[in-house]
Write a protein that binds this ligand. Structure first.
Ligand SMILES: [Zn+2]
Ligand SMILES: [Zn+2]
Length: 672
């Protein structure tokens, strides 16, 4: 490319060694003395920015604010509320915490202190137990240290020199870390007053920039995660750019604790684990089973309309099938050991795919039969290490909203788009407002190794997938080199009402397996062709999805999903007869109704129904019995007045039929 020297560069060269040109993101250019720091540039722009800025990017590289600018450059300044700035704040606060711990307990040996999502932790080798009081003391010390306005200075040295330095400081863990680095390599460390920590950076330039932080909890942690090593003490903390942001985050953490699916699952009698059944094998209690049935009904109705056929497959299968599918080669670690049946190895199934392929192959297909869409809420068993098991999120038995679509190349795009639209429909039904789709593509280097060697098919299907996503107006992010072995895939993440992220499902395109299984169809000209296959599971597994829904709704399920939809609460025993009549009438309309016929006072009955998070409470007394009405109370709405039993019944049936979300986040927040 021929280069013309732009005018501004010529001017710069005239001012050689005295001034530089700094291009800001809005393309404005500032002429500044050479050696100026990013902080000083921020100071020259305005006092608000000067205070809020925490890190800079110079020509695309993140760097400390007190780094001098030596030549013409593009400069971006980040405040603490940007991802770059927040990470810098988190890192810097971890150092501040380590400094505070060392000042309070000088014998402490520091280890590592990485950032995590919206937080950081640091592991210490120290004899003092980190109780709540000690944590408060550390936090107090951090406040003093932050306010004292210490400069944070970066220095670079060879790894060899760093080993000497940390050895002199009596920090054996740091020495161990650095000893693994080539002694010639240059590494960096950050120093504030007499505390130095090994770190890549960048960091804030002064501890004054760290204001709104909170230490959250402590836990034990083995050095390098190995239980043979010494147990260290870990402190978790967080920091934000503003008081409000910190407050919101702490509120969300509290809310997340209240909404923890393990806690709610127990309180609302949704699921249980039992030692004698085995870890990771959930038992679905009656209330949880109601939710499962409702979800399956939703899926089956939706799939029927979309042209799917339901199928059923056994839980046990000969090993030869999984040899053919490649599971035994690539997936054996996640499978349960073989069971010997009359000299043949059988496995409990880790996936439904091979069975569906066999169902496709069971009857001859012509192009007129395609697309074939086979759906099953299939139960699979996967071996997860016991340390990895987590509530309903990581389990060993799972029921999957599975389906496989077999289609021609010409049909592929439309089929894929229909699957994407299914996701949107479900998001709408469940009030999922935030989601992301990550499209993983192949790379050419991996062809024939990591990826099936079908260069053209890769390019074609990836193009179709992208077009389908675009036509469906779905936001997605592309990642090259992360596709599955046999085709591109889409991972779907969703966020609960309080912003907690969940991995929901994966959609995969598969152009290798149909060939492996010898799946064919006869085309218009009478010759055999191989179909493409789409694996999809928009509702993921019951386990993960119900875990998500528990946290998303905070246990306050919309009426159609609620295990108990209506509580009938007679004011006294005198009204029992009418209460029974109300209960029966509503049950006849298909509603799930619970009559509380205990001798408690009405106030106690209402409180009980509220504890059980029952959506509709019907208070029936003498007046209601005489007039054939009910007094309605609804969760998050309170008293809804007196209505005739018939009109209430119609209203509820309609609400359920529409699968309406009964209340918004806002009404919920206002009450709780
Ligand atoms: Zn650091
Ligand atoms: Zn599959």
């Amino acid at each position: 490319m021929g280069r013309r020297i732009p005018e501004d560069v010529r001017i710069t060269s005239r001012n050689f060694m005295t001034e530089i040109k700094i291009t800001l993101p809005d393309n404005s250019v500032k002429t500044m003395p050479i050696g100026i720091t990013s902080q000083q540039v921020a100071d020259s722009i305005g006092s608000g920015l000067a205070r809020a800025v925490v890190v800079a990017k110079i020509d695309g590289n993140l760097t400390d604010l007190n780094n001098p600018l030596e030549k013409d450059c593009a400069l971006e300044l980040f405040t603490g509320d940007t991802p770059e700035g927040h990470d810098t704040l988190l890192h810097s606060t971890a150092h501040l915490m380590a400094q505070a711990v060392k000042e309070l307990f000088p014998d402490t040996k520091v280890t590592i202190g990485p950032t995590i999502e919206n937080g950081f932790f640091y592991d210490f080798d120290v004899d003092v137990a980190f109780s709540d009081e000690v944590l408060a003391k550390i936090e107090q010390k951090m406040k003093v240290l932050a306010k004292s306005g210490q400069e944070i200075v970066r220095q670079e040295m060879s790894a060899g020199d760093a080993v000497k330095m940390f050895n002199d400081m009596g920090e054996p863990y740091k020495v161990e870390i650095i000893s693994q680095i080539n002694p010639e390599d240059v590494i960096s460390a950050y120093t504030q007053r007499d505390f130095t920590d090994l770190c890549r950076g960048p960091h804030v330039s002064n501890t004054k920039k760290i204001k709104y932080f909170k230490l959250l909890s402590t836990s034990g942690a083995y050095w390098r995660g190995d239980e043979k090593n010494k147990m260290l003490q870990r402190i978790y903390g967080t920091v934000f750019a503003s008081k409000d942001a910190l407050k919101t985050h702490l509120h969300n953490l509290e809310e997340a604790k209240k909404r923890d699916h393990r806690k709610l699952g127990k309180e609302l009698h949704i699921f249980a684990f039992d030692d004698e059944v085995g870890p990771g094998l959930p038992l679905w209690l009656p209330n949880g089973t109601v939710i499962i049935e409702e979800l399956e009904q939703l899926a089956k109705n939706t799939e029927r309309k979309a042209g799917y056929d339901q199928v059923r497959t056994p839980h046990l299968t000969k090993g030869s099938l999984y040899e053919k599918s490649g599971h035994l080669k690539h997936y054996k670690d996640s499978m349960y050991p073989a069971i010997d049946v009359d000299g043949t190895e059988y496995y409990v199934k880790p996936m439904n795919c091979p069975h569906h392929h066999k169902i496709y192959a069971a009857t001859p297909k012509s192009y007129r039969d395609l697309p074939v869409r086979l759906a099953e809420y299939g139960t699979c068993y996967r071996y997860e290490k016991s340390g990895q098991l987590f509530g309903l999120m990581r389990v060993r038995s799972l029921q999957m909203n599975d389906a496989h679509i077999y289609c021609t190349k010409e049909q592929f795009k439309e089929e894929f788009l229909a699957v994407c639209k299914l996701y949107l429909k479900y998001f709408d039904i469940f009030g999922i407002e935030k989601y992301s789709m990550r499209l993983s593509l192949h790379n050419t280097e991996g062809l024939g190794k990591k990826y099936v060697n079908e260069p053209e098919l890769w390019l074609e299907t990836e193009k179709w997938v992208k077009e389908a996503l675009q036509e469906g107006n779905l936001d997605f992010e592309e990642v090259v080199g992360e596709a599955a072995f046999y085709g591109p895939k889409i991972d779907v993440q969703v966020w609960s009402a309080i912003g907690k992220e969940f991995t929901l499902a994966t959609n995969q395109v598969d152009f290798a397996i149909p060939q492996k299984f010898g799946l064919t169809y006869t085309d218009e000209h009478g010759s055999g062709q191989t179909p493409l296959c789409i694996h999809r599971a928009p509702l993921g597994t019951h386990e993960r999805f119900i875990g998500f829904l528990l946290e998303h709704f905070g246990g306050n399920f919309p009426l159609w999903l609620a295990p108990i939809q209506v509580a009938v609460l007679p004011v006294s025993d005198k009204n029992l007869k009418y209460a029974h009549e109300v209960t029966e009438r509503l049950k006849d309309s298909g509603l799930r109704v619970k009559l509380n016929d205990r001798a408690d006072k009405i106030g106690a009955k209402i409180r009980q129904a509220e504890l059980e998070k029952i959506n509709v409470m019907l208070v029936v007394g003498e007046k209601e019995a005489n007039e054939k009405t009910v007094s309605v109370r609804r969760r998050f709405e309170g008293d809804c007045g007196v209505v005739s039993l018939d009109s209430l019944k119609d209203q509820l049936v309609e609400e359920i039929k529409q699968r309406r979300l009964s209340h918004s986040k806002e009404t919920e927040a206002a009450i709780e």
